[in-house]
Write a protein that binds this ligand. Structure first.
Ligand SMILES: Cc1cc2nc3c(=O)[nH]c(=O)nc-3n(C[C@H](O)[C@H](O)[C@H](O)COP(=O)(O)OP(=O)(O)OC[C@H]3O[C@@H](n4cnc5c(N)ncnc54)[C@H](O)[C@@H]3O)c2cc1C
Ligand code: FES
Ligand code: FES
Length: 477
């Protein structure tokens, strides 16, 4: 496919054409460019050895974010600035502050993880704020180090300081990036209209948003995806708007950006998104991709269903709207028709009298997939449940509401007895599977216990002690 992309690298605008659209950035760097600083560890987004940093315009500012190059297709570079570990040292070879700090604090032994860690720290360094310990932990959660251990790496992060951006240089780069915005192409459409037209012509094309699911179909399953279409330049799908009591989130908004906005409205969502993959994953993954992938264990769906989120689907010029829970038809089958795409996710702003909480149950704190994910939203009137939305992931072939348990709650005061009865009713809603993440019995038990916990927290409100201590938006103590 003769497509051209343009990106900024070491101050030069690079043009690339004639590449395979499913070539990863890591393979491009290591095999074509012979820049082997970025390492291949897992090739599935888990270890962070391949971490690079991309600069892009966000809300009128140039923002640098760490991403995993191993599952990123090359088209994702279009219109961005690329930085690899080779780009940090000065022209005379002098180490960058971040690298110096790693050396001074003895942050590297075998060194295999080191380039990725340096790039994660670099993104933190240029992030604009002096990072506290929580922020450092969050930034490093996607980088595995087997031999050094994290203490010296964290010390390096604490010692590296924070970059003072050169405003003129940033403005110049931003202009350059804006000037590189290409025309619509079959690989990289620039608007939702262009995407809609393309999909009418190529209804079998695979859409690639962040590629954190699709990338693995190539790197792990060696699948031939045929024609792919990137959503990275579809400007309308990157917008977040607030109007009439709703948040309208474009389907290609990254989880990181959605988390900032949603976490500000619903503190539980800030906690949830902190547990979602790693910073690198959240910086690439999109909210729309999480939904459209149709996985029964995706994290955002139960929480968003509990909030009454809705979707706008589009085919050509025709749009239809449906409740998020109605999008999932069966295991990995969604309501999307050929040629149709997810355009917008609508999330209501918090209404008064809403009791909301969500819980992710996984074996590890960082970088793990849920065994059970629960989202609970109750509308209360004088303590009595007027409407109930209890939604789960990991309990059925799709994200699903617990209709029987909801019915138990409606019309009753939300007290401990009601919570226990609702928990018992879950056996009528779900017959979960046993797999490597959890047994069926465990899933059913924990799903019920979460309702009980929700009620206890609701009654105790700020006094609740059942959560991981000192959890707060943006990080973990
Ligand atoms: C290391 C790692 C950790 C992870 N951790 C978590 C986690 O903790 N929780 C979790 O929920 N997920 C997790 N994931 C899974 C993944 O990150 C999410 O599902 C992610 O949100 C997918 O978004 P994406 O933009 O990368 O989707 P992509 O991979 O680009 O696409 C996924 C699917 O959605 C389709 N699609 C994308 N956008 C649209 C659209 N607008 N309209 C129609 N179809 C579309 C694609 O064609 C594809 O079928 C993890 C993945 C990795 C690699
Ligand atoms: S090689 Fe492990 S995250 Fe990329
Ligand atoms: S220094 Fe060996 S893996 Fe980190």
């Amino acid at each position: 496919m003769a497509e051209t992309i343009r990106f900024l690298h070491r101050g030069q605008v690079r043009h690339l054409a004639g590449f395979s659209p499913t070539r990863t950035v890591l393979d491009f760097l290591r095999e074509d460019e012979r820049r082997c600083g970025s390492k291949e560890g897992c090739n599935e987004g888990d270890c962070g050895a391949c971490t690079i940093v991309l600069g892009a315009e966000e809300d009128g500012r140039l923002v640098y974010r760490a991403v995993n190059a191993c599952i990123l297709f090359i088209g994702a570079l279009d219109g961005k600035e690329l930085l690899t570990v080779e780009d940090l040292a000065g022209p005379d070879g002098a180490l960058h502050k971040v690298q110096h700090s790693m050396v001074d604090c003895h942050g590297s032994q075998c060194g295999f993880c080191t380039p990725g860690i340096v790039m994660s720290l670099y993104a933190l360094h240029v992030g604009g704020a002096v990072p506290d310990r929580q922020r450092i932990d969050t930034a490093l959660a996607g980088n595995l180090c087997r031999c050094t251990g994290y203490r010296p790496i964290i010390q390096a992060a604490q010692a590296m300081g924070v970059a003072v951006p050169d405003a003129a240089e940033m403005a110049e780069k931003l202009e350059l990036l804006r000037s590189m915005k290409g025309d619509d192409s079959a690989l990289l459409p620039g608007s939702a209209d262009a995407l809609a037209d393309l999909l009418l012509h190529y209804p079998d094309a695979t859409l690639v948003a962040g590629g954190t699911d699709v990338g693995l179909w190539v790197t792990k399953q060696c699948r031939d995806l045929g024609r792919i279409i990137h959503l990275g330049q579809v400007a309308d799908l990157q917008q977040i708007e607030r109007a009439d009591g709703w948040l309208r989130i474009g389907a290609a908004v990254t989880v990181a950006r959605a988390a900032d906005m949603l976490g500000g409205l619903y503190p539980d969502l800030a906690v949830l998104f902190r547990l979602y993959g790693s910073e690198q994953v959240r910086n690439s993954a999109t909210l729309g991709g999480n939904i459209a992938n149709g996985s029964p264990i995706g994290d955002s769906m139960p929480a968003l269903i509990a909030l009454g989120a809705r979707l706008v689907l589009r085919r050509g010029a025709v749009r239809r709207e449906l409740a998020l829970e109605d999008f999932f038809l069966a295991y990995r089958q969604t309501a999307l028709r050929p040629g149709e795409f997810l355009e917008t996710i609508l999330v209501p702003e918090p209404p008064p009298d809403l009791a909301f909480a969500c819980y992710k149950i996984s074996k590890r704190f960082d970088q793990d997939i849920s065994a059970v994910m629960a989202g609970f939203g109750l509308m209360l009137e004088a303590g009595v449940v007027r409407a109930a939305r209890l939604a789960y992931g990991g309990m059925a072939g799709t994200p699903k509401r617990a209709a029987a348990a909801e019915a138990v709650l409606i019309g009753r005061p939300f007290d401990a007895a009601a919570a226990r009865d609702a928990a018992a009713a879950l056996a009528r809603d779900f017959q979960p599977l046993s797999d490597m993440r959890a047994s069926a019995d465990y899933r059913l038990l924990v799903a019920g216990n979460l309702i009980v916990k929700f009620q206890a927290e609701w009654v105790g409100a700020a006094l609740a002690t059942t959560r991981v201590p000192a959890f707060k938006a943006g990080g973990v103590a």
